[in-house]
Write a new protein. Structure first.
Length: 570
């Protein structure tokens, strides 16, 4: 075969061309037909009606999941491309890397202890929606896809809520292969600076101690040194404290809606590549290739340590009792980062005549800027021993099953004395966000009560490797909980009410018999003149503090069993 037959569509172009979807898939199928180390797999559907594909590269030439790992002698790196289809570098860079792994003798050893798995194009619907204008901030390629998928969803906000078929098929792949390392390839927006390559890793604070320390103190420094040696010095993803990098760079704390936020819930080292939008397409593609190549070199050298750290993370999280649900940036602490940027300034806008920001590429600089990467817990929770998830919560049940969460089912109807939450306060986004109106700043009140559960309801033990996923999904105060994504909105609406003229007599009788209620009403009248002047409000106060008020209103349906008991499960 000639060298030309193995060139990617990008390599046959002028250097500013991103492969189409069919070109990418056909290229991988060609490699699979020629090289036994490459295997092309098809998983579930995507929203555009095409299946999600996985390319597996393994020197074992055996592509059953357990066999490919060779009984613990191989780790898995999973690469995800084109989650934002207007950011296509990963598609073409990974095609070239897979080819080089099987054709270049000097790279063969990188597969000795690593299975390299690739989702060629994740957002297939968006990738098919090719255009030249939707990435106005970006330098090339000639054409690219669109950020929204076939449902117009941003798939990098869809991992816990899992609205798209894409996300469900991704979950199937992820949970089947359980990678030690996950790489998500992107292009940045934001400030201008000298770097082609920026990235962030799963924040170490979110990970179990052994794994978190390994990522922060060993894995990341080694990866950064390797990419620098290969010609691409890396910078932390440039999320600025204020408008420009001089104000400081903020470490990214991703939640479960994001790809790397989701994978971290299962103790996978998540790496998000962010090449710089204003650098030419060919440079961004080269940088993406180098990053993945460096990750393979690191894995080849340290595969045993990586696997041990992941295993330790699984074991530690399964024993963990307290979980942080939300974090806040600690602005009082920072490290210094030697940053290569451009001087920023302001000049009159030719559009508005008012001052506008610009970066002067004739004035490059290298100086220390603050790197704010310390977070403090904002919301903590002590996890129960079991969650009891009613089968009626079918969206939650479906997603727990997708994520291979260990669950058992009650064999009979039973009344349990169990801790339940009432939703005390919450705010709702007034604007649609990814097909939802998210709840935020949720505050709950816990109380112990007797609750009837039914045969077939799900008992979920927290002490398992997916513990963080369970807790962050089922605790309402978590930013990406099922409650935050509107799975339980039915509890936020009252279903029963009363006719005033009927309840007046009942309320009067209640006040005669219940001195506590009578005193509470009187105190409320004294404290609130508007309340004292409203017959309707006073009657409603009595109703809401009476046995007649529906107990289901604002009652979160998932129970928390704090101790280990025999619940009668199958």
């Amino acid at each position: 075969m000639s060298d030309d037959s193995l060139k990617t569509p990008y390599e046959k172009s002028s250097g500013n061309y991103a492969s189409t979807y069919s070109e990418a898939i056909n290229y991988y199928k060609m490699l699979a037909s020629k090289f036994p180390e490459v295997h092309f797999l098809t998983y579930g559907m995507t929203d555009v009606g095409l299946p999600l594909n996985l390319v597996v590269v393994s020197s074992a030439k055996d592509f059953e999941i357990n066999d490919a790992r060779e009984g613990g002698k191989k780790m898995v790196i999973l690469v995800n491309n084109a989650i934002h289809a207007g950011e296509p570098e990963g598609v073409d860079a990974t095609m070239a890397l897979v080819r080089d792994l099987v054709t270049k003798k000097e790279m063969h050893h990188l597969l000795d202890h690593v299975v390299f798995a690739v989702i060629p194009v994740y957002n297939i619907g968006g990738y098919l929606n090719r255009n030249k204008t939707s990435r106005v901030n970006q330098d090339g390629p000639e054409e690219y896809g669109f950020r929204g998928n076939a449902q117009n969803l941003d798939l990098n906000r869809d991992f816990v809520k899992c609205d798209s078929k894409n996300a469900k098929s991704f979950t199937e792949i992820f949970q089947a292969w359980k990678p030690e390392v996950f790489i998500d390839n992107h292009v940045s927006d934001g400030a201008d600076y000298q770097y082609v390559l920026t990235y962030f890793a799963t924040h170490y604070s979110k990970l179990p101690p052994t794994l978190g320390n390994y990522v922060k103190n060993v894995y990341q420094p080694a990866l950064e040194a390797q990419t620098k040696e290969m010609g691409f010095a890396m910078c932390p993803y440039v999320e600025t404290l204020d408008e420009t990098p001089d104000s400081g760079i903020v470490g990214f704390m991703e939640t479960g809606r994001y790809a790397t936020g989701y994978t971290s819930l299962f103790n996978t080292i998540g790496l998000c590549v962010e090449t710089h939008m204003l650098k030419p397409f060919n440079k961004r593609l080269d940088a993406t290739y180098v990053f993945m190549h460096a990750a393979l070199i690191n894995a080849d050298k340290n595969w045993q340590d990586i696997m041990k750290a992941k295993k330790a993370g699984d074991e530690e999280i399964a024993k963990q009792n307290e979980f942080v649900l939300d974090w806040v940036l600690d602005k009082s602490k920072h490290d210094d980062f030697l940053f290569q940027g451009y001087e920023a300034g302001y000049k009159p806008s030719e559009v508005s005549g008012l001052p506008r920001l610009y970066y002067d590429r004739n004035k490059p600089f290298e100086r220390n800027v603050p790197f704010y990467n310390y977070y403090e817990p904002l919301v903590k929770v002590t996890a129960p021993y079991y969650y009891i998830l009613p089968q009626a919560c079918d969206k939650a049940v479906e997603r727990m099953k997708l994520n291979h969460i260990e669950m058992q089912r009650l064999t009979h109807d039973t009344v349990l004395e169990i801790e339940m939450y009432h939703i005390d306060k919450y705010e709702t986004n007034p604007h649609a966000y990814e097909m939802h109106y998210n709840h935020t700043n949720t505050v709950v009140k816990a109380s112990t009560m007797k609750v009837r559960f039914h045969a077939g309801d799900y008992v979920i033990p927290v002490h398992q490797a997916g513990a963080r996923y369970i807790v962050e999904a089922l605790e309402p105060a978590s930013p990406d909980s099922y409650f935050a994504w509107n799975f339980y909105d039915a509890i936020l609406q009252e279903k029963e009410y009363y006719s005033n003229y009927v309840f007046e007599d009942i309320a009067a009788d209640l006040l005669k018999k219940d001195s506590t209620l009578r005193n509470s009403l009187e105190a409320k009248r004294k404290a609130d003149p508007a309340f004292a002047a409203s017959a309707k409000d006073q009657l409603d106060f009595v109703y809401r503090h009476s046995p007649y008020f529906e107990k289901e209103y604002m009652l979160y349906p998932v129970g928390r069993m704090m101790g280990k008991v025999d619940l009668g499960v199958e």
